[in-house]
Design a protein around this ligand. Structure first.
Ligand SMILES: C[S@@+](CC[C@H](N)C(=O)[O-])C[C@H]1O[C@@H](n2cnc3c(N)ncnc32)[C@H](O)[C@@H]1O
Length: 274
């Protein structure tokens, strides 16, 4: 496959995480991949606890706690080392964790082995960064958090269509995006240049392991809700856009909902698939 610069920083991050001895070491030394916090006192357990809290509140607030949740199937796109996957496996019967990096998927499996129900987990690699290797109509819930903002716009849109393709009629897509904010007029073009540099052999590999450069390269798109919902609207029977009460994002034809737990720069598209 041709070298895709957009995938380089995540592969680099995955490689860094693979080189650590344990998941605890990944959290202590590579906070830059996930939450920006680093330090010898951190543990994987605490890191997973942040995912537990978020999963618990999203399942409740977004109305996903159906009585048969433990018989349902959930696909998580962009699982990283399994911060949220552990909680999903405790709540949902069958979980498929997807990520473009094989190292993250291995770590995710280990993390769920320690803090979740590993017998409910399978993993699937998103080799090209835009296609899910999963059958159509196979998931009750397809979920993604802080992942689509890191994809080139066309990949983010393609992954969104893929999420809809794999979700059963009557099932839900629960997908998180980052909206355009102050500073993005500079940051997004800068990120494009950085990702261009990532495609230069050797220089790109070196640059992608530099924390600040990689963080700039990760900020790959700012799509508005209409760009997400518009092309897919005929495939949805209902659509909600969830935002922080202080934000004003909305989508044409979508019901607007707010929740204090949504990052003010983010919004969620939660749609029922026809
Ligand atoms: C910021 S992390 C978030 C991980 C997890 N959702 C969480 O909240 O802890 C983003 C993850 O998305 C993955 N990712 C980035 N681009 C992707 C793509 N095109 N397809 C699948 N996964 C992707 C990265 O490898 C990384 O693990």
């Amino acid at each position: 496959m041709a070298r895709r610069p957009r995938l380089v920083p995540w592969r680099a991050a995955g490689l860094v995480s693979e080189r650590q001895v344990s998941g605890d070491d990944v959290v202590r030394s590579t906070g830059w991949v996930f939450n920006n916090q680093k330090g010898p006192g951190l543990t994987l357990e605490e890191f997973v606890a942040t995912g537990d809290a978020e999963v618990g509140s999203y399942l409740t607030v977004f109305g996903l706690r159906s009585p048969d949740l433990d018989k349902q199937s959930l696909v998580e796109i962009g699982c990283g080392i399994g911060r949220m996957t552990c909680a999903f496996t405790r709540e949902v019967g069958h979980v498929t964790a997807c990520d473009l990096d094989a190292g993250f998927l291995e770590r995710c499996f280990e993390t769920v082995g320690r803090f979740g129900k590993v017998d409910r987990l399978r993993t699937s690699r998103v080799t090209d960064g835009k296609t899910l290797d999963l059958p159509p109509n196979s998931a009750d819930i397809t979920f993604s958090y802080i992942t689509f903002q890191h994809c080139d716009p066309d990949d983010a849109l393609e992954l969104t269509s893929e999420a809809v393709r794999i979700t059963k009629p009557g099932g839900k897509v629960v997908l998180n995006y980052r909206a355009r904010g102050r500073g993005d007029a500079v940051l997004i073009p800068m990120s494009k240049v950085v990702r261009g540099l990532f495609s230069v052999p050797k220089l790109g590999d070196w640059l992608s392991q530099k924390r600040i450069i990689a963080r700039i390269g990760w900020q790959a798109n700012r799509l508005n809700p209409d760009e997400i919902i518009g092309p897919l609207a005929p495939l949805f029977s209902s659509v909600e856009v969830w935002r922080n009460p202080k934000s004003n994002f909305a989508g044409r034809g979508a019901i607007t909902q707010s929740f204090i737990g949504v990052n003010p720069h983010h919004y969620w598209v939660i749609a029922t698939v026809r």
